[in-house]
Design a protein around this ligand. Structure first.
Ligand code: AMP
Ligand code: ZN
Length: 462
């Protein structure tokens, strides 16, 4: 069965056909490693992972690339403001390399804990500066870029298809645009492909235009071309990348080749928190570690994400996480019954498998896939069910083979109580018995009792 997937470029669900036989070449915009990845960022990488898993399930091999942005991503999308890496380095009194190394390591740890399969090639922007300079030189030679006193800019007037991905009506936009700060730009939508560096700028490289550093968008164009060639199958990212980052990548790519650079642009919708934007100032940008501190496992979060299709906004709440945790534990418990079950359900399972294949290939309808798994586990105990569930888990990535080591989840225990219980367990492990007693008293005050058993602490309402 062929995958049908929504292509942002055409705004249609399309049948997926790779350019080269069975091989899929795919580029995914990676993190800017100046801070911890939050659960919204991670949702986008779970979406990337699901797409890769479905392609593999369908029998394709994948050559995937993900960049690590460790230079050039400015605070403002309008090519001004400080470089995010440089700002973090200054604030934390570290070098940009130290900042990048630290946050990359945490990112890869989160990726692993969430069972996200890494793309085959991970490319750091700072390892690819010569390729970026060559790219800018080519753009300039072909007349698509011009020099100003502070950098090299892409001239969108030379690329009439500019705006195709985000369906911008450029004339209207330009008419209404704010007064341009940079008066040397030919057009407010022209964007920097290379910035000239002030002497005090921490990250800078020698270039034909003096010392400087690359624009964020040129990074992805240069690394995409280097590893996947000028025309490849899929490009992914979050929906926020559509109007600027990916629009600019298309302009840079297609200015040089005069033809299509990417066949399918696939974007993941945003995660919201309490139906609003996730932002540091609101204190609602949670990390995986913070979820663990509150008593959720990384796979509880993965399960939570899988319950929404990637093109739907997903609202994060702790009530929702509690629901996901309980439901995931129940699913594993229900599946464990089938491990040694002897009912012959081969025909039924063949039917379930067909339904599953149809669901995942219908624009990655994972929630429907999970629904099918739920129907299946309600059958009489059968090894057929167990085996098919493990096959489906190649797509879900929920470690369902561990279904019989499910921890006991008490459904009526609120998350804040569970977080205290978890903290107490850690305090006991660290032999900090005073703190453990203090935490037990807090749990008690909230109306819950902790009972220590040989398998760990059990909690119940008083
Ligand atoms: P960044 O590290 O800022 O470049 O972002 C990494 C990825 O996370 C990008 O693909 C963004 O589109 C995506 N992203 C940022 N915020 C959210 C959010 N709230 N929900 C889902 N994805 C997001
Ligand atoms: Zn990118």
């Amino acid at each position: 069965m062929k995958l049908n997937v929504f292509n942002t470029l055409t705004r249609k669900k399309e049948e997926f056909n790779p350019i080269n036989g069975n091989e899929v070449r795919m580029y995914s915009c990676g993190p800017t490693v100046y801070n911890y990845a939050h659960i919204g960022n991670l949702r986008t990488y779970i979406f990337m992972d699901i797409l890769r898993r479905v392609l593999k399930f369908d029998g394709y091999t994948i050559k995937g690339v993900m960049n690590i942005t460790d230079v050039g991503h400015l605070l403002s999308d309008a090519d001004d403001g400080e470089d995010k890496m440089a700002k973090a380095a200054k604030e934390q009194k570290k070098t940009p390399e130290e900042i990048a190394a630290y946050y990359s390591e945490v990112f890869f740890k989160d990726i692993k804990r969430l069972n996200i399969g890494l793309p085959e090639i991970i490319a750091k922007a700072t390892d690819n500066i010569p390729e970026m300079i060559d790219y800018v030189v080519e753009l300039q030679e072909k007349g698509f870029a011009y020099e100003t006193s502070d950098g090299i800019y892409f001239d969108i007037a030379k690329f009439p298809r500019y705006g195709q991905l985000s369906r911008l009506n450029l004339e209207e936009q330009i008419a209404g645009a704010r007064v341009e700060v940079n008066t040397e730009k030919h057009n407010p939508y022209d964007f920097a492909v290379w910035k000239k560096a002030e002497p005090e700028h921490i990250m800078q490289w020698q270039s034909p235009w003096g010392m400087g550093y690359p624009g964020w968008h040129i990074e992805c164009s240069a690394m995409g071309r280097k590893y996947l060639g000028p025309h490849f199958d899929i490009h992914t990212g979050g929906v926020d990348h559509i109007p600027i980052h990916h629009e600019n990548e298309i302009a840079q790519n297609e200015a040089l080749t005069c033809s299509k650079s990417v066949n399918y642009w696939i974007h993941g919708e945003f995660m919201l928190v309490n139906n609003g934007k996730m932002s540091k100032s609101l204190g609602n940008t949670y990390t995986v570690d913070q979820l663990i501190e509150r008593g959720y496992s990384p796979l509880d979060f993965r399960y939570f994400c899988l319950n929404a299709q990637y093109r739907k906004k997903l609202n994060f709440t702790f009530e929702g996480m509690d629901g996901a945790k309980v439901s995931f534990a129940r699913l594993k418990k229900a599946l464990a019954r089938h491990k040694n079950g002897d009912a012959d359900l081969k025909d039924k399972c063949a039917d379930y498998r067909n339904q599953f294949v149809e669901a995942i290939n219908d624009d990655l309808n994972i929630p429907l896939g999970l629904g099918i798994l739920w129907n299946m586990v309600k059958e009489a105990p059968s090894k057929d069910v167990y085996e098919l569930a493990l096959e489906m888990d190649k797509v879900f990535g929920l470690d369902l083979h561990d279904c019989d080591v499910v921890e006991e989840v008490k459904e009526d225990i609120p998350a804040d109580v569970m977080a205290l219980v978890q903290e107490r367990a850690e305090a006991k492990k660290a032999k900090n018995y005073a703190l453990a007693d203090e935490l037990r008293a807090k749990v008690d005050a909230l109306g819950y009792l902790i009972k220590d058993t040989k398998d760990g602490a059990e909690v119940q309402k008083k």
